[in-house]
Design a protein around this ligand. Structure first.
Ligand SMILES: [Zn+2]
Length: 381
């Protein structure tokens, strides 16, 4: 099969991140949303009224809102702590790694590739914080050239993918928040910026997302669009209802004295435990999975076939994204009508997850399907 590489010929070309089939079509990322957003965000969960009507859920598993915990700058000292608390709470986090330092400089802080593999094996995501964490400061006479920035983004992703399995590095966190989204878009499907407000669900800037925070006001914002807690400027944000809150941590075991370190750990632990309490309503996800789900959803087309047989609904789900990169299932909700006891779903020849929920006396199917156009058949009775 003929392969096409997006990466320019360089010494690192063999580490090409995006190498797709010549026939593969689709986008690696989508442009910024038009003013006002890409769609009207539903203020509550959506319940299609007619039998056979379907809806692409705003977030996975029909969760109300979404949140990612991200950790920058390697912080090897915290690895065990995060492994333990995430295991206990049943959540996954995303690490943005400065790749040049791994296994080379201050290993006690930056870790080795074995350390990063261990995190990936536990289901956490290993993503790029560039090769060297350099950023162009305003008025800096020695600004990085475009070539240098290309190498920072492209090579860091490639190096992670060379060294860590059970993981796919395809997103970036910009060092010091200095973003070059037009360059990142050549190599990544998403990138985290540092503008400090959650993103409205209908207006996520995938190549330079907003960042939120762990405190209660930011959680309230994505659940209710308002809060009683500080900061004041987060207290009335109706457009953030059902939005995406990306939390950023650096070193947790931080401080100049044992007491200070203890306090820092206790603060983060309280925040993370509080976030995990909302697991049933907030999709706590890895950053790369969020970037996949969001862009698939934003370009998805769901066509439900007219019902021709009792107890069976078929649909086709497509999106505009490059399916060699975008392989995360979307959650589809279908109105089944009368109470239903059992359900199965197949996409092509494969069984896919399906369950029944009830709302207002009607039964609904919740199905996880890939947006690849392969027909889905839902059978229920
Ligand atoms: Zn950093």
């Amino acid at each position: 099969m003929k392969k096409r590489s997006f990466v320019l010929a360089t010494a690192l070309a063999s580490l090409a991140l995006f190498s797709v089939d010549a026939n593969a079509e689709g986008l690696k990322n989508i442009p910024e949303a038009p003013k006002g957003g890409r769609f009207k965000t539903p203020t509550d969960l959506v319940w299609p009224a007619e039998v056979g009507q379907g809806d692409v859920c705003l977030w996975k598993d029909d969760k109300f809102a979404a949140l990612a915990i991200t950790i920058d700058d390697n912080c090897k000292k915290d690895h065990e702590w995060w492994l333990k608390i995430c295991d206990e709470l049943g959540i996954k986090v995303t690490w943005f790694v400065i790749t040049d330092k791994v296994g080379k400089i201050n290993i006690g802080f930056n870790g080795t590739w074995e350390d990063w593999q261990k995190l990936a094996n536990a289901g956490h995501s290993i993503q790029s914080h560039t090769t060297n964490h350099k950023s162009n400061k305003k008025d800096d006479p020695n600004k990085m050239t475009e070539e240098e920035i290309v190498a920072q983004y492209r090579d860091s992703l490639a190096i992670i993918n060379e060294n860590v399995t059970n993981n796919f590095a395809c997103t970036i966190a910009y060092p010091n928040g200095v973003a070059h989204p037009e360059i990142a878009a050549r190599y990544a499907i998403g990138a985290r910026g540092v503008y400090g407000v959650p993103s409205p669900a209908n207006n996520i800037n995938y190549m330079c997302t907003n960042k939120g925070a762990a405190s209660q006001a930011f959680i309230d914002a994505i659940l209710y669009g308002k809060s009683e807690y500080e900061p004041k400027w987060m207290q009335n944000r109706p457009n953030l209802t059902r939005g995406l809150n990306i939390v950023l941590y650096h070193l947790v075991h931080w401080g100049h004295s044992p007491e200070q370190i203890e306090q820092s750990v206790a603060n983060v632990e309280a925040e993370v435990r509080n976030i995990a309490k909302y697991k049933d309503v907030i999709w706590i996800a890895r950053f790369d999975d969020l970037m996949k789900y969001g862009q698939e959803r934003d370009t998805a087309k769901l066509v439900v076939d007219p019902i021709s047989k009792a107890g069976e609904i078929s649909f086709k789900l497509t999106c505009d994204m490059d399916l060699t990169l975008f392989d995360y299932p979307l959650t589809i909700k279908l109105c089944l009508g009368d109470k239903t006891n059992s359900i199965t779903a197949m996409q092509g020849e494969k069984n896919i997850p399906a369950r029944i929920v009830e709302h207002d006396g009607k039964a609904y199917a919740i199905v996880d399907a890939l947006p690849n156009g392969i027909p889905v058949k839902v059978s229920y009775k």
